[in-house]
Write a protein that binds this ligand. Structure first.
Ligand code: PBG
Length: 324
């Protein structure tokens, strides 16, 4: 029985054989590349906490977008660092805000490149929380109104996909209704549906200058110990009108991606977050592992778990690797 009739190694003997039986594909079509835009002019500055990532001013983002598009990557995800912050985060929906300007620049240069916009107040509020504060607490419904305003201003500037990352209840409904009422029924929503309160956002908070000045995000982001609750979050976002749902972070939540893929027939995105990216980069810098091989292995794990889309700071490198 079995051996020696069955020898699993036959299917691993050559590269062609391995390609023939490969169960999971990773393609440049799956990738989304995050970009950070900050107020100013002529800026392309390395981000200290994140290897090979930069802050761009809106006038410099067109060239970067053109390079991303030329690699075949279908979409970028924009994060904004505004000129100034206030209590409500009002720069978030300013017509000439940093993200709004950048969307117009990208659409002028590379109209085919999809522009996804992170829709959250944390980089725009003085206190660094993802919502507005009333009596020392995050006010859910008031925050949703502002997020809808922010989403609308992104749509007006030409965004293709709105990506709310705040974890307020009902924000997908507020955003969907606001887009419909204003004639943007073709703009898609990719919700950060199951977003966990994670230590792996550390490098990003430096990059986006969005760390909360008091407390933490555990009253809105999910407890990492919960899986069934993540399914409820995802179901609700789909019901409210999300077109794509996301699990974030990805690497320590592969089981969530897997479960969600079994249950929902909706495109699923995995966010390979800043801490996951830097963990690997620092290990590679220290000579402990091969960065390219480890990056591909990690991205395959997300695809294997069921992700259709992978958001990663490695997108440009990976696009190059996949070309061979
Ligand atoms: C904003 C937001 C965060 C990330 C994406 N959108 C930070 C946070 O929630 O604190 C993290 C992305 C990353 O770590 O790569 N709410």
């Amino acid at each position: 029985m079995g051996f020696p009739k069955i020898r699993m190694r036959r299917l691993r003997s050559t590269d062609s054989m391995r390609r023939l039986v490969r169960e999971t594909s990773l393609s440049v079509d799956d990738l989304v590349y995050p970009l950070f835009v900050r107020a100013g002019e002529g800026i392309k500055e390395p981000i200290k906490s994140m290897s090979d990532c930069f802050h761009f001013s809106p006038d410099m983002i067109g060239d970067e977008a053109a390079e991303v598009a030329s690699l075949g990557i279908p979409a970028v995800l924009l994060f904004g660092l505004p000129e100034s912050k206030d209590e409500q985060g009002s720069e978030a929906w300013a017509e000439d805000g940093v993200v709004q300007q950048s969307i117009r620049e990208i659409k002028k240069r590379t109209p085919e490149l999809l522009v996804i916009t992170d829709t959250c107040l944390c980089a725009y509020t003085e206190h660094g929380h993802c919502g507005v504060i009333k009596d020392g607490k995050i006010d859910n419904d008031a925050t949703c109104e502002l997020l809808a305003k922010m989403a609308l201003s992104h749509a007006q500037a030409g965004a293709d996909i709105i990506a709310p990352s705040d974890m307020m209840d009902g924000r997908v409904r507020y955003i969907r209704e606001c887009l419909e009422e204003n004639g943007f029924c073709e703009v898609a929503i990719m919700s950060y549906a199951a977003k966990f309160a994670s230590a792996f956002y550390g490098p990003f908070r430096d990059a986006a200058e969005s760390a909360p000045s008091f407390g933490d995000r555990r009253s809105y982001q999910m407890d990492p110990a919960n899986a069934e609750q993540a399914m409820r979050e995802i179901a609700l976002d789909i019901e409210e009108g999300a077109d794509i749902v996301m699990v974030k972070p990805a690497l320590s939540f592969l089981d969530i991606i897997y479960r969600a893929k079994q249950r929902f027939n909706c495109p699923m995105a995995a966010y390979n977050v800043s801490g996951e990216y830097m963990m690997l980069n620092k290990a590679a810098d220290a000579g402990l592992l091969d960065r390219d091989a480890a990056t591909l292995e990690v991205l395959y794990s997300m695809k294997r778990a069921g992700a259709d889309i992978v958001i990663t700071y490695s997108a440009k490198v990976v696009a190059g690797l996949l070309k061979g």
